[in-house]
Ligand binder design. Structure first.
Ligand code: DSN
Length: 415
């Protein structure tokens, strides 16, 4: 795919687009929420549907000329139903946060109560953070992970639900390396007579492939984004029982959004079709196996992991024990210099700040898409360990950088 037409109009933009392509090819994307979509999804996302207004839903639009938009949106819905088994699916949310917003709009009034996981323990801004509309519109209480084990403190959550009497309990996380026990959280929500929203943004692909337990059919609402483990391009999704379908649909449009991003919905349709193929399950199993290899190898190098390992696509390293003088941001920056791109992250019991926290979050979805298996993941883990052990050592960083170049050549992106 060339940017020659962009270059004719806007050389500066063409330069940046090409540089980003090269950056993705020449570095190792280990941000746990990122992935590389297929060329088919890329093509669909840059289609002429970017020109089309299609406010409304398939068969009931506010504009003419929507017959092909209808086909695309219905394909995305049907495939999502096959993948996750939900009664009702809305594929129009522009992002995971917009999906969450629509659920809150649908079920809550301003001032109602949200019970959710603390951000520094692995939660998400849109689950009630004071800097987000959720924290400003609703009354929020938070539960935590057990500081000893790093696992969700399910009993603490139940006690908090009893005491706080929330209107909605939010589960599903952004930096939690373990399988979630949806039924236990549902029991706490039931006891408080609260709705339960499971935001599976990070693990949509793992749930679709059956390598992580599903909250669909257990909880009231399941939301997610479509560009992480599911690899269907940028966007959001909501799933629910039929009884909430009308309310959710009208909260997405016209409640929270105007015209849907039909070109992104085309990406979802194509990405979901890919995820229905048997190879996708193999991919999802490899994502988890690679994360386990990463976790084991990091621990062999002396790193402490929150919860002592992983069940999913990410590990969360707490640097305070093994590298007390290195912050997450310093580790992130040293690793980016050698071409390993990940993010600094808060850890449970954080003693620094959100901007310069004590941990790093490392994910395997994008490298798995590139074809990385156990041998290559072990090698990348060794590079990470060497660089974090000596973040200011130029010779170490130069050697690591050369090896990253060789690995990116061995596993090229997009042919
Ligand atoms: N920003 C995403 C992440 O990195 O986890 C969540 O929306």
């Amino acid at each position: 795919m060339s940017y020659d037409r962009v270059r004719e109009t806007d050389p500066a933009a063409a330069d940046a687009l090409l540089a980003e392509r090269e950056r993705q090819n020449d570095t190792l994307a280990m941000i746990a929420s990122e992935n590389h979509v297929s060329e088919a999804v890329l093509q669909a996302q840059r289609s002429e549907l970017t020109n089309k207004y299609a406010e409304g839903y398939p068969g009931a639009r506010y504009y003419g000329g929507c017959e092909h938009a209808d086909t695309i949106e219905q394909l995305a819905i049907d495939r999502a139903q096959d993948l996750w088994g939900a009664d009702h699916v809305n594929v129009q949310p522009h992002s995971g946060t917009q999906a969450n917003m629509a659920v809150y709009l649908s079920m809550l009034d301003p001032g109602d109560r949200i019970l959710s996981l603390e951000l520094e323990d692995g939660g998400h801004l849109s689950h009630g953070h004071p800097a987000n509309f959720t924290g400003q519109t609703y009354e929020v209480e938070q539960y935590q992970v057990d500081p000893e084990t790093g696992y969700i403190d399910y009993e603490g959550l139940r006690d908090r639900a009893e005491a706080f009497d929330p209107d909605i309990v939010v589960s599903g996380y952004s930096a939690y390396p373990r399988e979630v026990e949806w039924e236990r959280i549902q029991a706490a929500a039931d006891a408080a007579d609260a709705y339960h929203l499971a935001d599976i943004a990070h693990i949509t692909g793992l749930v679709a492939a059956g390598v992580h337990s599903s909250p669909v059919g257990v909880v009231d609402f399941v939301t997610g984004s479509t560009h992480k483990t599911i690899r269907a391009g940028r966007g959001g999704i909501i799933m629910c029982d039929e009884e909430y379908a009308d309310s959710i649909d009208s909260s997405v449009f016209p409640g929270a959004q105007g015209g849907p991003l039909m070109h992104n919905i085309a990406g979802k349709a194509v990405g979901f079709a890919e995820a229905l193929e048997p190879e996708f399950r193999t991919y999802a199993e490899r994502v988890v196996a690679n994360a386990e290899t990463l976790a084991d190898r990091l621990q062999e190098h002396g790193f402490s992991l929150v919860s002592g390992g992983t069940d999913n696509h990410l590990v969360l390293v707490d640097l305070r024990d093994s590298h007390p003088d290195t912050t997450g941001k310093e580790a992130e920056e040293a690793l980016e210099e050698v071409g390993v791109v990940l993010n600094a992250n808060t850890v449970p019991g954080e003693t620094r700040s959100a901007f310069n926290p004590s941990g790093i979050r490392i994910g395997t979805p994008a490298l798995t898409t590139r074809g990385f298996g156990e041998r290559a993941i072990r090698e990348v883990t060794d590079l990470i360990a060497r660089v974090v052990d000596a973040p200011d050592d130029e010779e170490t960083k130069t050697e690591a950088s050369v090896r990253v170049d060789e690995l990116t050549d061995e596993f090229p992106l997009y042919g």
